[in-house]
Design a protein around this ligand. Sequence first.
Ligand code: HEC
Length: 101
Amino acid sequence: MRLASLLLLLTACADQPLDEELFAEIAALDGDAEAGALVYPDSCASCHGEDGTGGHHEDLPGKTADQAIEAMLTGPWGMPAFDAQFDNQTIADIAAFVETL
Ligand code: HEC
């Protein structure tokens, strides 16, 4: 019983595998932090807070742009993946903004 619920939990939390090629493509782009700042409040602040210190979710200050890109592509631990929602440039812009937090 215990094992079954643990397995269920693990499955529900499983990240989407990282698409290395897509990651490299986005990481090579020049992110525009000002453009990212316009998207962040609606898409990220509900969980991470306006300033990136969202309490029970991971604090964003100190995270690198690469970490932010990876998080947006994989959706770690219950965070939604954003690869279907944003184009590559938008992901790079948000990542550049995260680095300024
Ligand atoms: C539904 C809630 C939710 C939303 C919306 C959300 N996140 Fe997250 N985020 C999480 C959770 C949960 C984690 C995992 C915390 C952990 O790693 O312990 C996380 C982790 C992260 C991390 C840390 C990854 C690492 O390597 O440590 C970054 C960076 C991040 N999110 C950025 C973003 C950005 C940028 C957005 C908006 C595009 C966003 N998040 C939207 C819940 C959310």
